[in-house]
Design a protein around this ligand. Structure first.
Ligand code: PLP
Length: 380
């Protein structure tokens, strides 16, 4: 539609990507191979993280993260993992996929887990926290890290929004046991669907790699490299794994996108600055604060009459989004009564009812941002 201001729009370097894709198609090897290994190495180089595993989505990466910790530390099925209700459902689904128990904790005004409320939820069964860097911001992660240390909890960082985000001068993920990044189509590092999981512990990465390929102990690429050996075909299956590996086509798209991540995130930051300048004096809204090194996947506000604002924006062909409605309010979770088990959810409830994501992508112009902000300022 003409003059439509969309919420997200990935910026693909089309010619460069197509050239690389045709090269990989010519080789005839599109599965796990040189390219998937190269993106893992390049990601390590870019972020300074270690032991990265390329997967087919962050959802798969989150499931593998929980599964590998469960396997390695022999967690029982009554193990509890604390997380936030203000996220995409994969954040808590992954705990349930592994047969463990999600325990929902409230957020603070940064939109991320509230450290003051977490300690009340910790008991002998608690083994981990899944922290979500909402919109690319790390909120009070430093305090959460102290809690993890004190209570010996593992930290999974759901860094789906955080490709190219920095915390204490380092790329995020250095502080967590496992960090899971999404390279889904509208994320800061866009492919179509893929993701990366970075592990502090090499042993966990080694098991996770098997779990990501049906539990098989050697992938075909590794076997092919030993093709001269008559036993090259042989493998064992030590785990009940999933088919979660990333492939070489997605890796190729990711390798091109990675080259532009830094400059793209600077542009996102500049867009956020313009939004901030134009909206900061509006007393009817609250701008969700972001940490210094945020990757600026989102620019969000809290607004009381959200549906009315959405309607007004849509009338002007502007498409905002909601990130997120509380997971506790989805029928699957309602049936399981998590709401009753989750007390003191004041801020999550407010976010669920009032949060609004404004368009955030690299094709936005100053004129677009003016139009969006003027509509919000006039209609609130
Ligand atoms: C916070 C969060 N976690 C996990 C995911 C899942 O990512 P993927 O689409 O790569 O599976 C998303 C996707 O939107 C997300 O926003």
């Amino acid at each position: 539609m003409k003059n439509n201001i969309v919420l997200f729009k990935p910026k693909f370097r089309i010619n460069e990507t197509l050239k690389e894709i045709s090269n990989i198609l010519r080789t005839g090897w599109t599965g796990i191979g040189n390219k998937t290994i190269t993106i893992e190495n390049q990601w390590n180089k870019f972020t300074g993280l270690k032991n990265s595993l390329f997967v087919n989505s962050a959802t798969a990466g989150l499931h593998i993260s929980v599964e590998v910790l469960k396997t390695f530390y022999k967690w029982k099925n009554n193990t509890e993992i604390i997380t936030t209700p203000i996220s995409f459902v994969s954040t808590s689904h992954c705990i349930l996929y592994s047969g463990l128990k999600p325990v929902f904790c409230d957020i603070d005004i940064t939109g991320t887990l509230d450290p003051k409320k977490i300690t009340k939820l910790i008991n002998k069964k608690t083994k981990a926290i899944i922290f979500v860097g909402l919109g690319g911001s790390y909120g009070n992660l430093d305090k959460i890290l102290k809690i993890c240390k004190k209570y010996k909890l593992k930290l999974i960082l759901d860094a789906a929004h955080m490709a190219g985000a920095y915390h204490n001068g380092k790329h995020v993920g250095y502080e967590s046991d496992i960090a899971v990044f999404s390279f889904q189509a509208v994320k800061n590092l866009p492919t179509a669907d893929s993701g990366m999981v970075s592990f502090k512990n090499k042993n966990l990465e080694s098991i996770a790699r098997k779990l990501s390929w049906c539990g098989i102990d050697k992938d075909t690429f590794t076997r092919e490299k030993k093709y001269k050996s008559s036993q090259a075909w042989e493998y064992d299956v030590p785990f009940l794994g999933q088919k979660y590996n990333g492939n070489s086509l997605m890796a190729t798209v990711a390798l091109v996108a990675l080259k532009y991540l830094k400059i793209d995130n600077i542009k996102r930051k500049n867009i956020a600055k313009i939004y901030f300048a134009k909206l900061k004096d509006n007393k009817k809204i609250t701008i969700v604060p972001h940490s210094k090194g945020s990757s600026r996947h989102l620019f969000s506000i809290l607004v009381k009459n959200r549906n009315n604002i959405i309607k007004r924006l849509k009338e002007k062909n502007i498409n905002p989004g909601v990130h997120y409605k509380s997971i506790l309010d989805f029928s699957y979770y309602k049936k399981k009564n998590y709401i009753k088990k989750s007390k003191d959810m004041k801020i999550s409830k407010r976010f669920s009812e009032e949060i609004l994501s404004l368009p955030m992508h690299l094709y936005l112009t100053k004129k677009d941002i003016n139009k969006i902000c003027n509509t919000i300022n006039n209609e609130t």
